[in-house]
Ligand binder design. Sequence first.
Ligand SMILES: Nc1ncnc2c1ncn2[C@@H]1O[C@H](COP(=O)(O)OP(=O)(O)O)[C@@H](O)[C@H]1O
Ligand SMILES: [Mg+2]
Length: 406
Amino acid sequence: MRWEYISQNFIEDQIRKPNLFLDETKLDINYVPEELPHRDKELIALSQLFLILLTQPNLISRRVLITGIIGVGKTVTVKYFGRMILEAAEKREIKIRYLHINCRKERTGYKVLIKIMKSFENNFPNRGLSHQDIIDVLCDMLNRNNLHLVLVLDELNYLIGKNDDLIYTLTRINDESFNTAQRLSLIGIVRNISCLNNLDESTLSTLQRNIISFEKYDKKQIRDILRSRAKVSLKPRVFNSAILEMIAEIVQKKGDMRKSLELLWSSTKIAEAKELKAITPECVRLANNQIIPSNSLGFLKSIKTHKLVLIASILNILKKPDTFNTDISTIQDEYSHFCENIGSPPRSYSQIMNYLHELQNYGIISIKINSRNIKGRKSQISINDYSIKELETSLISILKGRGIYI
Ligand SMILES: Nc1ncnc2c1ncn2[C@@H]1O[C@H](COP(=O)(O)OP(=O)(O)O)[C@@H](O)[C@H]1O
Ligand SMILES: [Mg+2]
């Protein structure tokens, strides 16, 4: 049978669309970038702790605990450190093995052990050996090969409280098995140190000796990191400082870099789908709305008409391309104009201010005092959590239901 040409080939359509990425994989959660802005202090601390592995190999082993909330770069920083230590070891012909295991994926101590063994020997049996058998094989192998293993147990909290003695055993390997060579160092990563309370006291104290806690990123740091990641993953004219600032503003409360990069990625995807040459504020709003899908607009129906008209006037200003925020006097002008059109007298200035604060409490707008210039301190009003287009469509239909056409 011969195919007739189909009238529309969606694959061809997709290929013709602009590609705004230089390299999409560089925004992937598992990618380890070449630079890690604002994590120097933590990398230096790790380097100082592990220096002895290079200066006096296998003399002692290290146990370090990393803590910090989600998205503060714990995983990526430790992986980056892993590269540094491997590079330094190789130069000096010291045999170090770095192994990063996510305990959330493995779930049990036994599976973690198997994973460790498989990294050395691909066809290591999945079952049949006891905990202690495997530990013995591991120790023997490290000794025979004169290796030091730097074992990272990421999301370690998934192993704790499961009656699982892996951590206990691992922290004692060196004490029992060898008098001389110390061949296993541990880096445990947890979000919250309190999850360790279930451990027995001596394990806890060995682990707690060296703790590096990762602080939440602030807005400026998020912006710097975003820039560093955007430079290698997006084409140059696709993003600008204002867009990165907008994303940083949205995520700063949680300080979660994972969400920041997700927002950057989805904003770019949305820009591509709209066949734009660059990310616009509306792309970021849409992306943000996708990530937090709970922002349904049903609640608008319960808002009084004049407040809705005020929202409509803010939308009218912010919907202009590349408009990130506006100020109160511009809103007041636009609002008066709207009121004239619908034949209803505008509310007073103080009433408008009250409305704006209410809208902020609803989470529709955000009001920020621009403190850059003390003399001319101005409130900046922006909308980050909703798509302007979607807000506008809902507003028009609700107002229409009330006999008001804007
Ligand atoms: N300082 C940084 N520089 C560049 N990228 C970073 C930085 N901190 C975090 N990231 C990126 O942010 C995302 C979340 O970081 P991750 O290490 O997974 O956080 P955590 O393990 O603390 O939850 C990852 O994609 C990571 O590459
Ligand atoms: Mg992590």
